[in-house]
Design a protein around this ligand. Structure first.
Ligand code: GRG
Length: 292
């Protein structure tokens, strides 16, 4: 099937799945559930859940079986965006083309909506998979989202804002953990659901790491070159906040070259999978050409 048609199909599955797998709108406490739905149902590229669905299929599973895990990773990702936007972190007004959750509701509601989405992610895994698979998925997601990876990357990122001498090694730690960890987890969780063997899981991990780095480098380039309307979030924010970015350390040209190298390495890792990774490869290529 054509890449764009398959992508639309997966994204539609994600949108329907989110509606089905979230606490129902209007149920108590309605304000909290409204805030969770407001942020989750604002769109976004849905990269991570689509990676879960497509990888499960490549590894021999059914995309439908992967849906709760896809929802879990999108809930977790969205929690991290809500908390990242809070005044105590990036203090941002715009996300996914809408006012951020603390602007639309209030700070306490945003904090709680993020907490609830984080917790809900693990409930989705525990409730929808047989024990052994559920344990493996919980371990993978907890590791990717924990203090050594997503939260650790965010901590180092905040600390780096106050420094002018961030090294390449420090920058790589930030991006490997703040960004690549969740992309890696999406691929590995899809692989676990599809029944991938150890070799394929290792290849998925490699692919996720490189795709994650390419994704972040492109994010840095877009922050420096695109406009707020196109991005659906505030452009030029990194330089203003004095953030450690690939563009700041390496300049635009070298950053573009590095993004290309990581995309190619992701494609090479995917090519070693036994199944037909055509859609996943096209997705990596489309991410390297993205404009938002
Ligand atoms: C608060 C624990 C905690 C972590 C925050 C997600 C995050 C870590 C920070 C947001 C800022 C940022 C540039 C993160 C890097 C990852 C990234 C590019 C997130 C945005 O992901 P997209 O572009 O967003 O896939 P959509 O809205 O399309 O889902």
């Amino acid at each position: 099937m054509d890449f764009t048609v398959t992508l639309k199909h997966h994204v539609a599955r994600v949108e329907t799945g989110l509606d089905r797998h979230l606490p129902a709108a209007g149920t108590r406490p309605a304000r909290l559930h409204a805030a969770m739905r407001y942020s989750l149902q604002a769109g976004g590229k849905r990269l991570r859940p689509v990676l879960v669905l497509a990888t499960a299929e490549v590894c021999g599973g059914m995309a439908d079986a992967a849906l709760p895990a896809a929802m879990a990773i999108e809930c977790l990702h969205t929690y991290s965006l809500i908390h990242d936007d809070l005044p105590c972190m990036d203090n941002d007004d715009l996300r996914r083309g809408r006012p951020t959750v603390h602007r639309q509701f209030d700070e306490a509601t945003a904090l709680l909506a993020g907490d609830a989405l984080l917790t809900h992610a693990f409930a989705l895994l525990a409730e929808n998979y047989p024990d052994k698979l559920a344990a493996a998925l919980v371990r993978e997601l907890a590791d990717a989202a924990g203090s050594r990876r997503l939260i650790g990357g965010q901590m180092e990122d905040l600390l780096a804002e106050k420094k002018t001498d961030t090294t390449t090694e420090e920058l790589e730690f930030i991006h490997l953990n703040k960004t690549a960890a969740m992309i890696e987890a999406a691929l590995v969780m899809g692989g676990l659901i599809g029944g991938a063997n150890e070799g394929s899981i290792a290849a998925l991990r490699r692919a996720g790491r490189h795709l994650g780095l390419a994704f972040q480098i492109i994010d840095d380039i877009l922050d420096a070159t695109a406009d707020t309307a196109t991005l659906g979030k505030t452009a030029g924010k990194d330089a203003k906040a004095g953030k450690a970015t690939f563009v700041r350390l390496h300049g635009l040209e070298k950053s573009r070259q590095l993004a290309e190298e990581h995309s190619t390495a992701a494609l090479t890792a995917l090519a070693s999978l036994p199944g037909d990774a055509g859609f996943l490869k096209a997705l990596v290529e489309s991410m390297s050409r993205r404009v938002s």
